[in-house]
Unconditional design. Sequence first.
Length: 446
Amino acid sequence: MGLREDLERFREVGEDRRQDLESFIRYGDLSNSDADNIEIPIKVVDLPEFEYDQLDRGGVGQGQGDTPDVGQPVGQPEPGDADGDGDEEGDEEGEPGDGSDDHGYYEMDPEEFATELDEALGLDLEPKGKEVVEEIEGDFTDVTRTGPNSTLDFERLFKQGLKRKLAMDFDESFVREAMRVADETPESVYRWCREQNVLVSFSWIEAEWDDIPDSERGRWADFEELEENVEHTPVGQRIRQNGLKEIPLRKDDERYRQPEIEETRQKNVVVVNIRDVSGSMRETKRELVERTFTPLDWYLTGTYDNAEFVYIAHDAEAWEVEREDFFGIRSGGGTRISSAYELAKEILEDEYPWSEWNRYVFAAGDSENAANDTTQNVVPLMESIPANQHAYVETQPGGTAINATHAEEVDRAFGDSSDVDVVSVTGPEDVTGAIESILSTDSERN
C-alpha cells in the first residue's frame, strides 16, 4: 500500500467516527447505554502494513524427489488448499462464510458525547449560567481603606507619596534668587513663580522673605536678568542628583489589598420529556420517540453542569413516570396533549424556577389530539412556560395521518419563533436531522 493511500485512510478515520455516531443514533441498540456511560459501536480500523506483491511471490524449482520439478512454481497454493480461493470461513467448496462485520465499542461519557455531536452536526450550544452556587476569592485586585497590616499595599502608598513629593517640591535656591530681584514684593515673586510653573506656596515665600539680607536686594535688575544668569533645576533632575531624603506619606493614602470575589454560576438544566402513550402510539412510533429523546438527554447532560429530567406520559390525562418506564408505557385511552403541559407547568413552577434553571420542554407523539385542544389549550400553555426551547417531535412512519394536525397547528401558531421548533420523524433516517434542528435553533439564541 502506498504512502498516499495510507494518509488518505488516516484522514478518513475522523469522518468514519462521526458516521459511526450518526449511524448509532439512527439505527444502533440504545439499550446498552445508560445516563452516564454511552457505548458507540465502531468499525475496527486496520492499521496499514507492508505486504508482498502477489506477482513477486514464489519462484522456479530446480530439485528432485520431494523437491519441486523444473518449472514448477514455488510457494503458490495448490487448487483446493484451505488458503486458496475459498473464504477462510467458507465451506469445503470454497463458498463464502457468513462475513459478519467485526465491531468494537467506544465508551464515552455524556460530555464526550456532546462534544462529538457538536462536531458531527456543527452545533455550538452555549448554555446560560443560572443560580450562583459559589463565591470564591480571586486575585488581590480590590482595595479598601482598612485591613490587616499584612495586606497594606505599600507600593501604592509609596507611589502616592512620591507623586505628592513631586507636586510639592520646588527649586528653593532659584526662588530665593527671585526674592533678590530689585523692587519686587512677596506677591509679585509668587505670581512670577506660578507663571514659570514653579509650584511654591505664598506662605513659604512670606516666611523666607525676611531672611534675605537687605544688601542682597537688587542683585538682579529684573526677572529676565535672573533667568539669564541662574539656571532653574527641575525636580526630577534634583532627585537624580541628590536622591530623596523623605517621602511625605499620609494616612489617607493607605490602601489594603483584598481578594476579588468571583461568583461561580452553575449551568443548571431541567429537561421535560413528554410523550403520548395513547392507543395510537404503536411500537414503531415509540421507538422513534426513544431514538430522538435519548441522544437529546445525553447531549444536554454533557453540556450542562447539573442536569435533571422530568418524564411525563399522557393519554387524555397526564402523570409523571420514571425514565425506565417512559418509553414502554401504552394506554388504550384517548389523547389530550394539554394535560401534559398543565402538569409540566406545575412541576417547573414549583421545583425549577426560570431564574435559576435552563429549561427544555420536548414533546413527542403522532400529532393526534382532541378537537381544538391544541389551539385553545396547548399553545397558550406553551406561551406561559418560559424555556430555552420548546420542541414537538411528530412521529408518523410513512407520513402524516389525516387527523394528525397538532404539529401543523403548533407550527402555524408560533411561526418563525426561535423558542419553538416542530420537526417530523418518519423513520430512523430523520432522527439526526431532527436533533440538529432542535439544538441548532437554541444555539442561535445563545
